[in-house]
Design a protein around this ligand. Structure first.
Ligand code: PHE
Length: 452
Protein backbone atom coordinates (compact mmCIF):
# COMPACT_ATOMS: atom_id res chain seq x y z
CA UNK A 1 0.00 0.00 0.00
CA UNK A 2 2.83 2.34 0.77
CA UNK A 3 6.54 2.30 0.15
CA UNK A 4 7.33 1.27 3.67
CA UNK A 5 5.27 -1.91 3.57
CA UNK A 6 7.03 -2.88 0.37
CA UNK A 7 10.50 -2.43 1.72
CA UNK A 8 9.73 -4.64 4.66
CA UNK A 9 7.97 -7.28 2.57
CA UNK A 10 9.12 -10.72 3.56
CA UNK A 11 10.83 -12.72 0.79
CA UNK A 12 11.56 -16.41 0.25
CA UNK A 13 14.82 -17.45 1.88
CA UNK A 14 15.96 -19.45 -1.16
CA UNK A 15 15.06 -20.31 -4.71
CA UNK A 16 14.52 -23.93 -3.72
CA UNK A 17 12.23 -22.78 -0.94
CA UNK A 18 10.11 -20.85 -3.40
CA UNK A 19 9.92 -23.77 -5.84
CA UNK A 20 8.91 -26.12 -3.01
CA UNK A 21 6.22 -23.71 -1.79
CA UNK A 22 4.81 -23.06 -5.26
CA UNK A 23 4.95 -26.75 -6.16
CA UNK A 24 3.31 -27.40 -2.81
CA UNK A 25 0.50 -25.11 -3.85
CA UNK A 26 0.12 -26.82 -7.19
CA UNK A 27 0.41 -30.42 -6.00
CA UNK A 28 -2.72 -31.12 -4.02
CA UNK A 29 -5.99 -32.99 -3.92
CA UNK A 30 -6.28 -31.94 -7.54
CA UNK A 31 -3.38 -34.22 -8.46
CA UNK A 32 -3.83 -37.18 -6.19
CA UNK A 33 -7.58 -37.33 -5.72
CA UNK A 34 -9.12 -35.52 -8.68
CA UNK A 35 -6.75 -36.21 -11.58
CA UNK A 36 -6.85 -40.04 -11.48
CA UNK A 37 -10.64 -40.21 -11.35
CA UNK A 38 -11.17 -37.50 -13.95
CA UNK A 39 -8.72 -39.29 -16.24
CA UNK A 40 -10.49 -42.56 -15.43
CA UNK A 41 -13.85 -41.11 -16.43
CA UNK A 42 -12.57 -39.44 -19.59
CA UNK A 43 -10.85 -42.22 -21.43
CA UNK A 44 -7.50 -42.40 -19.60
CA UNK A 45 -4.67 -41.71 -22.01
CA UNK A 46 -6.72 -39.55 -24.39
CA UNK A 47 -7.52 -37.21 -21.53
CA UNK A 48 -3.91 -37.28 -20.39
CA UNK A 49 -2.68 -36.09 -23.80
CA UNK A 50 -5.14 -33.20 -23.95
CA UNK A 51 -4.39 -32.27 -20.37
CA UNK A 52 -0.63 -32.23 -20.97
CA UNK A 53 -1.06 -30.14 -24.12
CA UNK A 54 -3.03 -27.52 -22.18
CA UNK A 55 -0.62 -27.52 -19.22
CA UNK A 56 2.51 -27.03 -21.30
CA UNK A 57 1.12 -24.27 -23.51
CA UNK A 58 -1.55 -22.20 -21.77
CA UNK A 59 -0.86 -23.38 -18.23
CA UNK A 60 2.82 -22.58 -18.02
CA UNK A 61 2.35 -19.26 -19.85
CA UNK A 62 -0.31 -18.08 -17.43
CA UNK A 63 1.74 -19.23 -14.46
CA UNK A 64 4.71 -17.16 -15.67
CA UNK A 65 2.38 -14.20 -16.22
CA UNK A 66 0.99 -14.42 -12.69
CA UNK A 67 4.41 -14.75 -11.08
CA UNK A 68 5.59 -11.75 -13.10
CA UNK A 69 2.61 -9.63 -12.04
CA UNK A 70 3.20 -10.46 -8.39
CA UNK A 71 6.93 -9.85 -8.46
CA UNK A 72 6.68 -6.61 -10.42
CA UNK A 73 4.13 -5.17 -8.00
CA UNK A 74 5.47 -6.68 -4.77
CA UNK A 75 2.00 -6.80 -3.32
CA UNK A 76 -1.23 -8.83 -3.10
CA UNK A 77 -3.39 -9.64 -6.18
CA UNK A 78 -5.79 -6.72 -5.68
CA UNK A 79 -3.02 -4.18 -5.11
CA UNK A 80 -0.88 -5.67 -7.88
CA UNK A 81 -3.53 -5.54 -10.60
CA UNK A 82 -4.50 -2.01 -9.54
CA UNK A 83 -0.90 -0.80 -9.41
CA UNK A 84 -0.05 -2.20 -12.84
CA UNK A 85 -3.32 -1.70 -14.68
CA UNK A 86 -5.38 0.90 -12.89
CA UNK A 87 -8.61 0.69 -10.97
CA UNK A 88 -10.65 -1.41 -13.36
CA UNK A 89 -8.08 -4.19 -13.42
CA UNK A 90 -8.26 -4.50 -9.65
CA UNK A 91 -11.45 -6.44 -10.39
CA UNK A 92 -9.22 -9.27 -11.57
CA UNK A 93 -7.48 -9.24 -8.20
CA UNK A 94 -10.78 -9.27 -6.31
CA UNK A 95 -12.05 -12.14 -8.44
CA UNK A 96 -8.95 -14.09 -7.46
CA UNK A 97 -9.16 -13.42 -3.74
CA UNK A 98 -12.84 -14.38 -3.78
CA UNK A 99 -12.10 -17.59 -5.70
CA UNK A 100 -9.37 -18.47 -3.20
CA UNK A 101 -11.82 -18.01 -0.34
CA UNK A 102 -14.51 -20.16 -1.99
CA UNK A 103 -12.07 -22.92 -2.93
CA UNK A 104 -10.57 -22.92 0.55
CA UNK A 105 -14.04 -23.48 2.01
CA UNK A 106 -14.83 -26.71 0.18
CA UNK A 107 -11.21 -27.86 -0.12
CA UNK A 108 -11.12 -27.96 3.69
CA UNK A 109 -14.02 -30.41 3.76
CA UNK A 110 -12.36 -32.90 1.44
CA UNK A 111 -9.01 -32.40 3.17
CA UNK A 112 -10.80 -33.24 6.42
CA UNK A 113 -11.94 -36.54 4.89
CA UNK A 114 -8.32 -37.44 4.16
CA UNK A 115 -7.39 -36.92 7.83
CA UNK A 116 -10.27 -39.11 8.99
CA UNK A 117 -9.45 -41.75 6.42
CA UNK A 118 -5.79 -41.82 7.44
CA UNK A 119 -6.99 -42.65 10.95
CA UNK A 120 -9.54 -45.20 9.79
CA UNK A 121 -6.84 -46.92 7.74
CA UNK A 122 -4.31 -46.90 10.55
CA UNK A 123 -6.84 -48.41 12.93
CA UNK A 124 -7.44 -51.24 10.48
CA UNK A 125 -11.17 -50.50 10.30
CA UNK A 126 -11.05 -49.92 6.56
CA UNK A 127 -8.55 -52.44 5.38
CA UNK A 128 -10.37 -55.53 6.64
CA UNK A 129 -11.22 -57.50 3.55
CA UNK A 130 -14.92 -57.71 2.95
CA UNK A 131 -15.56 -54.32 4.53
CA UNK A 132 -18.13 -52.49 2.42
CA UNK A 133 -16.07 -49.44 1.51
CA UNK A 134 -18.84 -47.80 -0.52
CA UNK A 135 -21.19 -47.93 2.41
CA UNK A 136 -18.50 -46.75 4.82
CA UNK A 137 -17.79 -43.75 2.60
CA UNK A 138 -21.46 -42.87 2.04
CA UNK A 139 -22.12 -43.09 5.77
CA UNK A 140 -19.01 -41.08 6.61
CA UNK A 141 -19.51 -38.11 4.28
CA UNK A 142 -23.16 -37.87 5.32
CA UNK A 143 -22.22 -37.59 8.99
CA UNK A 144 -21.46 -33.97 9.96
CA UNK A 145 -20.45 -35.09 13.45
CA UNK A 146 -17.40 -36.63 11.79
CA UNK A 147 -16.74 -34.39 8.80
CA UNK A 148 -17.08 -30.97 10.44
CA UNK A 149 -14.61 -31.64 13.28
CA UNK A 150 -12.21 -33.13 10.71
CA UNK A 151 -12.49 -29.97 8.60
CA UNK A 152 -11.90 -27.89 11.73
CA UNK A 153 -8.72 -29.80 12.55
CA UNK A 154 -7.48 -29.33 9.01
CA UNK A 155 -8.22 -25.59 9.10
CA UNK A 156 -6.32 -25.25 12.38
CA UNK A 157 -3.29 -26.87 10.70
CA UNK A 158 -3.59 -24.49 7.74
CA UNK A 159 -3.84 -21.46 10.02
CA UNK A 160 -0.89 -22.67 12.10
CA UNK A 161 1.37 -22.70 9.04
CA UNK A 162 0.23 -19.35 7.63
CA UNK A 163 0.63 -17.69 11.04
CA UNK A 164 4.36 -18.39 10.71
CA UNK A 165 4.56 -16.13 7.68
CA UNK A 166 6.29 -16.62 4.34
CA UNK A 167 9.72 -17.90 5.40
CA UNK A 168 9.08 -19.36 8.81
CA UNK A 169 5.68 -20.85 8.01
CA UNK A 170 4.96 -21.59 4.35
CA UNK A 171 8.52 -22.11 3.11
CA UNK A 172 9.65 -24.13 6.11
CA UNK A 173 6.62 -26.44 6.01
CA UNK A 174 6.96 -26.95 2.24
CA UNK A 175 10.67 -27.82 2.49
CA UNK A 176 9.79 -30.74 4.75
CA UNK A 177 6.44 -31.82 3.37
CA UNK A 178 7.14 -31.79 -0.39
CA UNK A 179 10.07 -34.24 -0.37
CA UNK A 180 8.06 -36.46 1.98
CA UNK A 181 5.11 -36.31 -0.39
CA UNK A 182 7.16 -37.39 -3.41
CA UNK A 183 8.76 -40.18 -1.41
CA UNK A 184 5.36 -41.62 -0.47
CA UNK A 185 4.05 -41.14 -4.01
CA UNK A 186 6.98 -43.04 -5.54
CA UNK A 187 6.60 -45.83 -2.98
CA UNK A 188 2.89 -46.18 -3.74
CA UNK A 189 3.36 -46.06 -7.52
CA UNK A 190 6.09 -48.71 -7.31
CA UNK A 191 3.81 -50.95 -5.26
CA UNK A 192 0.91 -50.48 -7.68
CA UNK A 193 2.70 -51.12 -10.96
CA UNK A 194 4.24 -54.34 -9.60
CA UNK A 195 0.87 -55.83 -8.62
CA UNK A 196 -0.19 -58.84 -10.66
CA UNK A 197 -2.67 -57.60 -13.25
CA UNK A 198 -1.41 -54.02 -13.18
CA UNK A 199 -0.73 -54.08 -16.93
CA UNK A 200 -4.35 -53.43 -17.87
CA UNK A 201 -4.31 -50.24 -15.81
CA UNK A 202 -1.08 -49.09 -17.39
CA UNK A 203 -2.51 -49.67 -20.84
CA UNK A 204 -5.64 -47.73 -19.91
CA UNK A 205 -3.54 -44.83 -18.68
CA UNK A 206 -1.11 -44.84 -21.61
CA UNK A 207 -3.07 -45.99 -24.71
CA UNK A 208 -5.42 -43.26 -25.94
CA UNK A 209 -9.07 -43.93 -26.75
CA UNK A 210 -10.26 -40.78 -28.48
CA UNK A 211 -13.83 -42.02 -28.87
CA UNK A 212 -14.59 -40.59 -25.42
CA UNK A 213 -13.29 -37.13 -26.26
CA UNK A 214 -15.74 -34.27 -26.83
CA UNK A 215 -16.11 -30.61 -25.89
CA UNK A 216 -16.90 -31.68 -22.35
CA UNK A 217 -13.52 -33.40 -22.20
CA UNK A 218 -11.81 -30.15 -23.21
CA UNK A 219 -13.66 -28.14 -20.59
CA UNK A 220 -12.83 -30.73 -17.97
CA UNK A 221 -9.17 -30.80 -18.98
CA UNK A 222 -8.98 -27.00 -18.93
CA UNK A 223 -10.60 -26.75 -15.50
CA UNK A 224 -8.38 -29.53 -14.20
CA UNK A 225 -5.25 -27.81 -15.56
CA UNK A 226 -6.10 -24.46 -13.94
CA UNK A 227 -7.09 -26.02 -10.65
CA UNK A 228 -4.07 -28.29 -10.54
CA UNK A 229 -1.58 -25.54 -11.37
CA UNK A 230 -3.23 -23.13 -8.89
CA UNK A 231 -3.62 -20.51 -11.62
CA UNK A 232 -6.38 -18.08 -12.45
CA UNK A 233 -6.88 -16.84 -8.90
CA UNK A 234 -3.87 -14.94 -7.68
CA UNK A 235 -2.24 -17.63 -5.57
CA UNK A 236 0.80 -17.53 -7.85
CA UNK A 237 0.67 -13.71 -7.95
CA UNK A 238 0.90 -13.73 -4.19
CA UNK A 239 3.78 -16.22 -4.09
CA UNK A 240 5.47 -14.24 -6.86
CA UNK A 241 5.28 -11.09 -4.76
CA UNK A 242 7.70 -12.70 -2.28
CA UNK A 243 10.29 -13.38 -5.02
CA UNK A 244 13.56 -11.51 -5.45
CA UNK A 245 14.33 -9.83 -8.75
CA UNK A 246 17.45 -11.92 -9.25
CA UNK A 247 15.33 -15.04 -9.76
CA UNK A 248 14.55 -16.40 -13.21
CA UNK A 249 10.75 -16.65 -13.32
CA UNK A 250 10.66 -18.85 -16.43
CA UNK A 251 12.95 -21.44 -14.83
CA UNK A 252 11.02 -21.41 -11.59
CA UNK A 253 7.69 -21.84 -13.40
CA UNK A 254 9.16 -24.71 -15.43
CA UNK A 255 10.07 -26.52 -12.23
CA UNK A 256 6.68 -25.95 -10.64
CA UNK A 257 4.74 -27.11 -13.70
CA UNK A 258 7.11 -30.08 -14.11
CA UNK A 259 6.70 -31.19 -10.50
CA UNK A 260 2.93 -30.77 -10.65
CA UNK A 261 2.74 -32.91 -13.78
CA UNK A 262 5.07 -35.49 -12.28
CA UNK A 263 2.85 -35.73 -9.21
CA UNK A 264 -0.29 -36.17 -11.30
CA UNK A 265 1.38 -38.88 -13.42
CA UNK A 266 2.69 -40.68 -10.34
CA UNK A 267 -0.78 -40.54 -8.78
CA UNK A 268 -2.16 -42.05 -11.98
CA UNK A 269 0.46 -44.80 -11.78
CA UNK A 270 -0.25 -45.36 -8.11
CA UNK A 271 -4.00 -45.62 -8.53
CA UNK A 272 -5.13 -46.83 -11.96
CA UNK A 273 -3.01 -50.03 -12.14
CA UNK A 274 -4.13 -50.91 -8.61
CA UNK A 275 -7.76 -50.40 -9.54
CA UNK A 276 -7.43 -52.70 -12.56
CA UNK A 277 -5.39 -55.26 -10.63
CA UNK A 278 -8.27 -55.54 -8.16
CA UNK A 279 -10.74 -55.92 -11.03
CA UNK A 280 -12.51 -52.66 -10.22
CA UNK A 281 -13.90 -49.89 -12.43
CA UNK A 282 -11.74 -46.80 -13.15
CA UNK A 283 -14.89 -44.75 -13.76
CA UNK A 284 -15.91 -44.61 -10.11
CA UNK A 285 -15.76 -40.80 -10.01
CA UNK A 286 -14.93 -38.83 -6.86
CA UNK A 287 -15.21 -42.00 -4.81
CA UNK A 288 -12.24 -43.57 -6.57
CA UNK A 289 -9.75 -42.69 -3.83
CA UNK A 290 -12.11 -43.20 -0.91
CA UNK A 291 -14.15 -46.20 -2.04
CA UNK A 292 -12.21 -48.09 -4.66
CA UNK A 293 -8.72 -47.74 -3.21
CA UNK A 294 -9.55 -49.05 0.28
CA UNK A 295 -10.86 -52.18 -1.45
CA UNK A 296 -7.55 -52.44 -3.26
CA UNK A 297 -5.60 -51.97 -0.04
CA UNK A 298 -7.66 -54.67 1.65
CA UNK A 299 -6.53 -57.14 -1.01
CA UNK A 300 -2.78 -56.55 -1.10
CA UNK A 301 -0.01 -57.48 1.35
CA UNK A 302 0.69 -54.72 3.90
CA UNK A 303 -2.44 -52.99 2.60
CA UNK A 304 -3.18 -51.18 5.87
CA UNK A 305 0.29 -49.67 5.84
CA UNK A 306 0.11 -48.55 2.20
CA UNK A 307 -3.45 -47.34 2.75
CA UNK A 308 -2.46 -45.21 5.72
CA UNK A 309 0.48 -43.83 3.77
CA UNK A 310 -1.85 -42.96 0.91
CA UNK A 311 -4.20 -40.90 3.04
CA UNK A 312 -1.33 -39.24 4.89
CA UNK A 313 -0.01 -38.32 1.44
CA UNK A 314 -3.36 -36.81 0.49
CA UNK A 315 -3.47 -34.80 3.71
CA UNK A 316 0.05 -33.44 3.17
CA UNK A 317 -0.73 -32.52 -0.43
CA UNK A 318 -3.89 -30.78 0.71
CA UNK A 319 -2.12 -28.81 3.43
CA UNK A 320 0.58 -27.29 1.22
CA UNK A 321 -2.23 -26.24 -1.14
CA UNK A 322 -4.64 -24.89 1.44
CA UNK A 323 -1.98 -22.58 2.85
CA UNK A 324 -1.62 -21.08 -0.62
CA UNK A 325 -5.37 -20.42 -0.65
CA UNK A 326 -5.34 -18.71 2.73
CA UNK A 327 -2.18 -16.66 2.06
CA UNK A 328 -3.61 -14.48 -0.77
CA UNK A 329 -6.54 -13.52 1.44
CA UNK A 330 -4.25 -12.69 4.35
CA UNK A 331 -1.84 -10.79 2.07
CA UNK A 332 -4.79 -8.77 0.74
CA UNK A 333 -5.92 -7.84 4.25
CA UNK A 334 -2.37 -6.97 5.34
CA UNK A 335 -1.35 -4.97 2.24
CA UNK A 336 -4.62 -3.22 1.44
CA UNK A 337 -6.06 -2.66 4.87
CA UNK A 338 -2.96 -2.38 7.00
CA UNK A 339 -3.98 -5.29 9.21
CA UNK A 340 -1.64 -7.59 11.13
CA UNK A 341 -0.88 -11.15 10.08
CA UNK A 342 -1.82 -13.02 13.22
CA UNK A 343 -5.38 -11.77 13.77
CA UNK A 344 -6.12 -11.74 10.02
CA UNK A 345 -4.93 -15.30 9.49
CA UNK A 346 -7.16 -16.50 12.29
CA UNK A 347 -10.13 -14.42 11.13
CA UNK A 348 -9.88 -15.42 7.46
CA UNK A 349 -9.33 -19.08 8.35
CA UNK A 350 -12.30 -19.04 10.71
CA UNK A 351 -14.52 -17.41 8.09
CA UNK A 352 -13.54 -19.99 5.47
CA UNK A 353 -14.23 -22.72 7.99
CA UNK A 354 -17.72 -21.32 8.65
CA UNK A 355 -18.39 -21.38 4.92
CA UNK A 356 -17.14 -24.96 4.77
CA UNK A 357 -19.96 -26.10 7.05
CA UNK A 358 -22.70 -25.82 4.37
CA UNK A 359 -20.43 -27.74 1.98
CA UNK A 360 -19.99 -30.49 4.56
CA UNK A 361 -23.73 -30.59 5.24
CA UNK A 362 -24.53 -30.72 1.52
CA UNK A 363 -23.45 -34.35 1.44
CA UNK A 364 -25.58 -35.28 4.43
CA UNK A 365 -28.54 -33.55 6.08
CA UNK A 366 -28.73 -30.89 3.36
CA UNK A 367 -28.49 -33.33 0.46
CA UNK A 368 -31.96 -32.28 -0.67
CA UNK A 369 -30.91 -28.68 -1.19
CA UNK A 370 -29.61 -28.27 -4.72
CA UNK A 371 -29.03 -25.44 -7.19
CA UNK A 372 -28.83 -26.38 -10.89
CA UNK A 373 -29.07 -29.97 -9.68
CA UNK A 374 -25.90 -29.72 -7.60
CA UNK A 375 -25.33 -29.67 -3.86
CA UNK A 376 -23.36 -26.79 -2.35
CA UNK A 377 -19.95 -28.50 -2.43
CA UNK A 378 -20.30 -29.59 -6.07
CA UNK A 379 -21.67 -26.19 -6.97
CA UNK A 380 -18.69 -24.35 -5.46
CA UNK A 381 -16.33 -26.76 -7.21
CA UNK A 382 -18.02 -26.19 -10.57
CA UNK A 383 -18.24 -22.42 -10.07
CA UNK A 384 -14.56 -22.02 -9.17
CA UNK A 385 -12.69 -24.66 -11.19
CA UNK A 386 -15.14 -24.54 -14.09
CA UNK A 387 -15.78 -20.80 -14.39
CA UNK A 388 -13.87 -18.46 -12.07
CA UNK A 389 -10.39 -19.90 -12.69
CA UNK A 390 -10.69 -20.05 -16.50
CA UNK A 391 -12.14 -16.52 -16.53
CA UNK A 392 -9.34 -15.38 -14.23
CA UNK A 393 -6.77 -17.01 -16.53
CA UNK A 394 -8.38 -15.43 -19.58
CA UNK A 395 -8.16 -11.98 -17.97
CA UNK A 396 -4.54 -12.55 -16.89
CA UNK A 397 -3.64 -13.49 -20.48
CA UNK A 398 -5.31 -10.37 -21.90
CA UNK A 399 -3.91 -8.12 -19.16
CA UNK A 400 -0.31 -9.27 -19.57
CA UNK A 401 -0.47 -9.90 -23.31
CA UNK A 402 -2.13 -6.65 -24.37
CA UNK A 403 -2.18 -4.12 -21.54
CA UNK A 404 1.14 -4.29 -19.71
CA UNK A 405 3.26 -6.36 -22.10
CA UNK A 406 6.43 -4.19 -22.15
CA UNK A 407 6.57 -4.04 -18.38
CA UNK A 408 6.05 -7.80 -18.11
CA UNK A 409 8.70 -8.49 -20.76
CA UNK A 410 11.17 -6.60 -18.60
CA UNK A 411 9.99 -8.51 -15.56
CA UNK A 412 10.56 -11.97 -17.00
CA UNK A 413 13.94 -10.80 -18.29
CA UNK A 414 15.15 -9.83 -14.82
CA UNK A 415 17.31 -12.50 -13.29
CA UNK A 416 17.99 -14.25 -16.60
CA UNK A 417 21.53 -15.34 -17.41
CA UNK A 418 24.61 -13.32 -16.63
CA UNK A 419 23.58 -10.34 -18.73
CA UNK A 420 20.55 -9.56 -16.55
CA UNK A 421 17.86 -7.97 -18.61
CA UNK A 422 18.06 -9.97 -21.84
CA UNK A 423 14.66 -11.39 -22.67
CA UNK A 424 14.74 -15.19 -22.23
CA UNK A 425 14.54 -17.35 -25.34
CA UNK A 426 10.91 -18.27 -24.76
CA UNK A 427 9.80 -14.64 -24.33
CA UNK A 428 8.30 -14.07 -27.78
CA UNK A 429 6.50 -17.39 -27.84
CA UNK A 430 5.19 -16.72 -24.35
CA UNK A 431 3.79 -13.33 -25.26
CA UNK A 432 2.22 -14.69 -28.41
CA UNK A 433 0.52 -17.51 -26.51
CA UNK A 434 -0.91 -14.99 -24.05
CA UNK A 435 -2.09 -12.69 -26.82
CA UNK A 436 -3.82 -15.11 -29.12
CA UNK A 437 -4.08 -18.83 -28.46
CA UNK A 438 -4.76 -18.50 -24.73
CA UNK A 439 -7.70 -16.05 -24.84
CA UNK A 440 -9.18 -17.66 -27.95
CA UNK A 441 -8.93 -21.21 -26.60
CA UNK A 442 -10.24 -20.36 -23.15
CA UNK A 443 -13.09 -18.23 -24.50
CA UNK A 444 -14.01 -20.88 -27.02
CA UNK A 445 -14.04 -23.65 -24.44
CA UNK A 446 -16.07 -21.56 -21.98
CA UNK A 447 -18.59 -20.50 -24.61
CA UNK A 448 -19.12 -23.91 -26.14
CA UNK A 449 -19.61 -25.27 -22.66
CA UNK A 450 -22.09 -22.50 -21.77
CA UNK A 451 -24.09 -23.11 -24.94
CA UNK A 452 -24.12 -26.87 -24.67
N1 PHE B 1 -3.59 -26.81 -7.02
C1 PHE B 1 -4.28 -27.35 -5.89
C2 PHE B 1 -4.58 -28.82 -6.13
O1 PHE B 1 -4.25 -29.36 -7.14
C3 PHE B 1 -5.55 -26.62 -5.57
C4 PHE B 1 -5.39 -25.15 -5.56
C5 PHE B 1 -6.08 -24.38 -6.47
C6 PHE B 1 -4.54 -24.53 -4.66
C7 PHE B 1 -5.90 -23.03 -6.51
C8 PHE B 1 -4.36 -23.17 -4.70
C9 PHE B 1 -5.04 -22.41 -5.62
O2 PHE B 1 -5.16 -29.47 -5.32
Amino acid sequence: MNGKTHQRREHWASRLGFVMAAAGSAVGLGNVWRFPYVAGENGGAAFLIIYLAIVFTLGISIMIAELAIGRAAQTNPVGATRLLGGRAWAGLGYLGVLAAFLILSFYTVIAGWTLSYAMKMASGALSRSGADTAQTFAGFVADPAQTIPAAAVFMVLTIAVVLGGVKGGIERASMVLMPLLFLILVALATRAVTLPGAGAGLRFFLTPDFSKVGVATLTTALGQAFFSLSIGLGAMMTYGSYLDRDQNIGHAAGWVVGLDTLAAMLAGFAILPAVFAAGLNPEAGPGLAFVTLPTVFASIPLGALFGTLFFVLLAIAALTSSISLLEPIVAYLIDEHGMRRVPMTIAAGAAAFLLSIPSALSLGPWAGFTVFGKGILDLLDALTAGIMLPVGGLLVAIFVGWVIAPRMMAEISAGVGAGHGQPPRFARLWLWILRLPAPVAIAWILLSWAMA
